[in-house]
Design a binder for this molecule. Sequence first.
Ligand code: ZN
Length: 342
Amino acid sequence: MRYGLVLDPVFLEHRVPPEHPERPDRLRAISEKLSARSAFDRLVTVAPAPAAEEAILRVHTRDHLAHIQGTRLQPLHPLDWDTYSGGASHDVALLAAGSVIRMIELLFRGDLDSGFAAIRPPGHHAEPGKPMGFCLFNNVAVGAQWALDQGLVRRVAIVDFDVHHGNGTQAAFYHRDDVLYVSLHQHPLYPGTGYYTEVGVGKGKGMTVNFPIPAGQTNGFYSSLLAGMVLPILAGYEPGLILVSAGFDAHRDDPLAGMLLDERGYTRMAADLNRAAGKICGGRILYVLEGGYNLKALAGSVETTVAAGLDPPETGPELEPSPNSEPYMDQLRPVLSPYWPV
Ligand SMILES: [Zn+2]
């Protein structure tokens, strides 16, 4: 297994005010955790490369790009109430999006089997026309669009298990059928979008799949939802590539949300997604870091996700079943069954 890892000190250079949750220490914690595990010596280090402006402009408006460019080498300042840019932020954000492109390139060249991009700033809240929610450019969306533009695939699936809804990714592809967007998120919660009735428009109808999940759900709930709905939907779509917006803020110790996952749940999710990718698209699956704000929980969850890819377990850990998962899926079935084998 050639498992790629982007994890580079350059991503510490996007600075934020003190006490901001999306801080450079997140990557320091991940780096410490991964370097302590000798099996990870086998990871293939992938150097970040900046995304070309043209690649950014395939997802974002020219005004959006100019807005972020305008903060280059300026003092740090807020673009909205919680999203900051200044100094090296623009350049680092280009490297974040470019890292996803680079990983996809290596995957299709056959130099990698799979991988994890531990990058920041995160991306899934950034809309085509505006930065938002700590995000400047939508890293996963830029990567997906690039893979399509290069003719590497005809369809890309994005699975987003960050605890927040990826409003930006949804907005980028809401009218399209060549990108499937599946989001599992706490609801209600920031940013407030992601109702199950948001399914896409025009030929994109059915190609946005939202699972708004009440707070307090467990590893077992997520695992059942994956097995019962997410994986059948992925199989039905037959993507050539799966990108995962991997935020770890559904962890029980995360300060920004109220889900109850732990490292075992993330292990199981990665193991199940990887196995599905093996069947659906030759194992071509890439994990791209989004949120996760408790340093210990974040580092442990990234470690276990990478381990599940590097040394695939036969099965993930057995998890306590949730009594809530079947009634929840029964509610969603009428919405999804016109489009998917659920
Ligand atoms: Zn999040």
